[in-house]
Design a binder for this molecule. Sequence first.
Ligand SMILES: [Zn+2]
Length: 196
Amino acid sequence: MFEWYGEKYWGAAHGLAGIMHVLMEMELKPDELEDVKGTLKYMIENRFPSGNYPISEEDRKRDVLVHWCHGAPGVGLTLVKAAEVFGDKEFLEAAVDAAEVVWNRGLLKRVGICHGISGNAYMFLSLYRLTGNVEFLYRAKAFAGFLLDRAHKLISNGEMHGGDNPYSLFEGMGGMAYLFLDLIDPTEARFPAYEL
Ligand SMILES: [Zn+2]
């Protein structure tokens, strides 16, 4: 268990979802696999009624962030991985629920992959890769199309945030460029440095 600022975080960047994701890349013993499974089921059972996920074990009230770093998009990618590894329907259903949260609330005011629209589009690309359901591809393209059409204008108007590091992969336009490149062949799209 990893703590950050004295809290046990849940998200992909700083917490449980990220740790479980890495563990599922390893060769694990049966009891260790059960621990991973049990942790993920605990998270699903304790998500918000909205389907989004808490920021941390200590912060179970604020249902505000729908980011890869904190919330449904990052946890959802880990659930897709769990559906692949365990072949368990419960994980696939929870990933689809997470994608629904991202579709309804994930058009953020930033462009990058950590806490921006580009990263959230990977929730749909990941489910498209797993299921082949074109509805998810449509949703990824809708997010990417929004960025392609409007991001530059909205950033220059000050209506969207260009990122604390405007050209970086995780916070800025580097992430948007990476998403556009991935959409050339969406079946091969993977969230950079996370979906290996
Ligand atoms: Zn972030």
